[in-house]
Design a protein around this ligand. Structure first.
Ligand code: BF8
Ligand code: SF4
Length: 655
């Protein structure tokens, strides 16, 4: 074997997931993301550092010592900042488009045009309505929903200067003041997307600071979109509660019709769950022992959280379950769907089924999913899977026998419910008391994707274990949560194996207080949902700050996207910084081509907003930096509290 071939053999196994590793070790009929990553090396340094501009077609203009300006005179800081704004906009548009679909489905429900959907959670409907002072008493659910949908639509389309209600009503008073003072409070989502896209057109804004502020405004619009998505999904599909299930490729059952749902939007996948139950007999008639549904990426997280559907894998390994030869259909909705799945599927009997008019893949099946005929379309999808099963009949499957126990479903409501068994009057105090006493060293949100610039899932697992050992309470979303699900960190056993004494005693006390409510013990990491559900994690941070009587930049709460990949992750990172939180990113994003922009992201942001970015590719180092950020905040909070007590004043809101 040549040296190159040997290197390829070693390198393509860039994963710590044993199931993914087992599949990659085989002789495969077609390349995967792991191979294509290698084929892309070395990657372009101009793109990698953000100093390539293609905003007008005089470009691409690349910044070098010999050519320090683009043809129009744009310098590195303008180009890097402009590219950053455009990346955030991609994320904001994606999350908001998702939320818009849910809002439009609720509107169709109100008009009688979405007969298969109902209001599943009156509790959430009332809670969200009350947040916006929408009257609840004496009104029907549909009347309340009508007002809420109208407000949601206004938050998308308003142009009169009034500010985004979903932001105004869900953040601390300190943040509201800060965003208004800095002029970054969005009016509405579409308004920001149009305004920021215009601002980054050729020959528009050249000021990097002004551009970065625009990026933060666009990121706040992303927060609004995510929040609307989460709230409305809970109304229509229910608030997630603890579920007990499994994850990783061992959930594939060769005797059943295996259907994977992949993407982000629960509008389709929730219906697929219903359709699968109804068509169980058809599957049996085809010779299967039933239908095995499983999830990939954030649609996987959505149906895991609400329906207990097992998760088969996360983002970067999405092609690999197909390579077991046992997936009969992979149904995709939108976002994070690699076109590569179709090429892989063509080597097997697997049907890829696209369902969104904005996501089509040449060669794939397409079911034009609509809310008017949701269940009918979901059944069509299941029948495509059953046909796939018939074609598979007798073919050999190679399924890694690897799966782990999962406890998921930790919406904020569920966390409060668990806390209320200890402190019914003020549930959040269970957490803030543990932070103040030092039983917990802090809270960390582990979020985001996979990115082959690091070994698949390695950063996620290393950082989580190190933080858990140091008594940090962990909440997770997106493909980070997927990594923990696959690798056993969402299990009660992981508490005993990885938690430090403080975290262990905190989780044990919750187990004891909730023994009658829970079917089993709590996990090491609390799965809060998909990427739009980062809004839940932010609500937790806001509740901590409000309870402590300070603004978010003072609370011992950090965010990490250990393997960030998508524009959505960039948007999420930016709004978390604006919210005042330290945000670690485990791959260096394309901003280092401008020292100024890089400095704004990693230092100046702190001076203005209290939050800042930490780029650190080494997961052990990253964990240490996150712990330092938590310790600094705890120490400062204590000093401020003691000073306030001494002078009989309130703790300072400054940081
Ligand atoms: O919204 S974590 S790879 S699946 S972008 Fe995509 Fe990233 Fe996964 Fe979910 Ni989020
Ligand atoms: Fe080049 Fe300026 Fe056009 Fe960008 S906008 S491609 S820097 S000329």
């Amino acid at each position: 074997m040549s040296d190159v071939a040997k290197k390829k053999q070693v390198d393509r196994n860039r994963t710590i997931d044993p199931a993914a590793s087992e599949v990659l070790a085989r002789k495969l009929p077609v390349d995967t993301a792991y191979d294509r990553y290698l084929a892309q090396q070395p990657q372009c340094k101009f793109g990698d550092t953000g100093i390539c501009c293609r905003i007008c077609i005089q470009g691409p203009c690349r910044i070098t010592p010999k050519a320090p300006k683009g043809i129009c005179g744009a310098t590195a800081y303008t180009i890097v900042a402009r590219n950053l704004v455009r990346s955030v906009l991609g994320g904001t548009a994606a999350h908001s488009d998702h939320a818009k679909h849910i809002l439009l489905t609720l509107k169709a429900l109100l008009e009688g045009n979405a007969p298969d959907y109902t209001i599943k959670s009156t509790e959430k409907l009332h809670a969200v309505a009350e947040r916006f002072d929408i009257p609840v008493a004496g009104r029907t659910d549909l009347e309340i929903l009508a007002d809420l949908v109208e407000l949601g639509m206004e938050d998308f389309m308003r142009m009169d200067g009034k500010k985004s209600q979903w932001i105004e009503k869900t953040i601390t008073p300190g943040r509201l003041e800060k965003f208004n003072e800095c002029g970054i409070m969005p009016t509405s989502i579409f308004e920001v997307i149009a305004g920021a896209t215009a601002q980054t057109h050729m020959g528009m804004d050249a000021d990097p600071v002004n551009l970065i502020f625009k990026a933060l405004q666009a990121a706040l619009a992303d927060y609004a979109g995510e929040h609307i998505g989460t709230d409305m999904s809970d109304v229509i599909f229910g608030i997630p509660e603890p579920v007990y299930t499994e994850a990783n490729m061992g959930v594939i059952d060769p005797q059943k019709v295996n259907i994977a749902v992949h993407g982000h939007n629960p509008l389709l996948s929730e219906m697929v769950v219903v359709a699968a139950r109804e068509l169980e007999e058809e599957a049996r008639a085809a010779g299967a022992e039933g239908i095995q549904l499983m999830g990939v990426c954030c649609t996987g997280n959505e149906v895991l959280m609400r329906q207990g559907v097992p998760l088969v894998t996360n983002f970067i390994s999405q092609e690999l379950p197909i390579m077991t030869g046992a997936i009969d259909a992979m149904v995709v909705d939108l976002q994070c769907i690699m076109p590569g799945i179709q090429t892989v599927a063509e080597c097997y009997h697997t049907r890829i089924v696209t369902t969104s008019e904005s996501v089509k893949i040449p060669g794939a099946y397409h079911v034009d999913f609509s809310e008017e005929k949701a269940l009918e379309h979901a059944k069509e999808v299941i029948r495509i899977g059953i046909e796939g099963f018939k074609e598979r009949a007798g073919a050999e499957c190679e399924i890694p026998e690897i799966k782990n126990k999962v406890v998921a479903g930790f919406s904020l409501e569920t966390l409060y419910d668990l806390f209320s068994s200890i402190n019914a009057d003020a549930p959040i105090k269970v957490l803030t008391d543990a932070l103040k006493s030092g039983q917990l060293r802090g809270v960390a949100l582990l979020a985001g994707c996979n990115n082959l610039k690091v070994k698949h899932d390695d950063n996620h697992l290393t950082i989580a274990k190190e933080l858990a050992k140091n008594d940090v309470l962990l909440v997770a979303t997106g493909c980070a949560a997927g990594a923990f699900a696959k690798m056993g960190l969402l299990s009660p056993e992981a508490v005993e194996e990885y938690a430090g004494d403080g975290l262990k005693s905190f989780i044990h006390s919750l187990n004891e207080a909730n023994a009658d409510k829970l079917k089993g013990n709590l996990p090491l990491v609390f799965h809060m949902g998909s990427c739009v559900d980062n809004s839940r994690a932010m609500n937790l941070a806001t509740a901590i700050a409000n309870d402590l009587g300070v603004d978010t930049p003072k609370i011992p709460y950090v965010v990490s996207a250990p393997e960030a990949m998508s524009e959505k992750a960039i948007a999420i990172g930016c709004w978390n910084v604006a919210m005042g939180l330290p945000v670690h990113v485990g791959v260096v994003p394309p901003v280092t081509g401008s020292e100024l922009v890089n400095g704004i992201a990693t230092q100046i942001a702190h001076d203005v907003y209290g939050g800042y970015f930490i780029w650190e590719t080494d997961p052990q180092q990253a964990a240490q930096k996150l712990l330092e950020a938590l310790d600094y905040r705890s120490w400062k909070l204590k000093v401020h509290d003691e000073t306030a007590e001494k002078y009989g004043a309130k703790a300072s809101a400054a940081w």
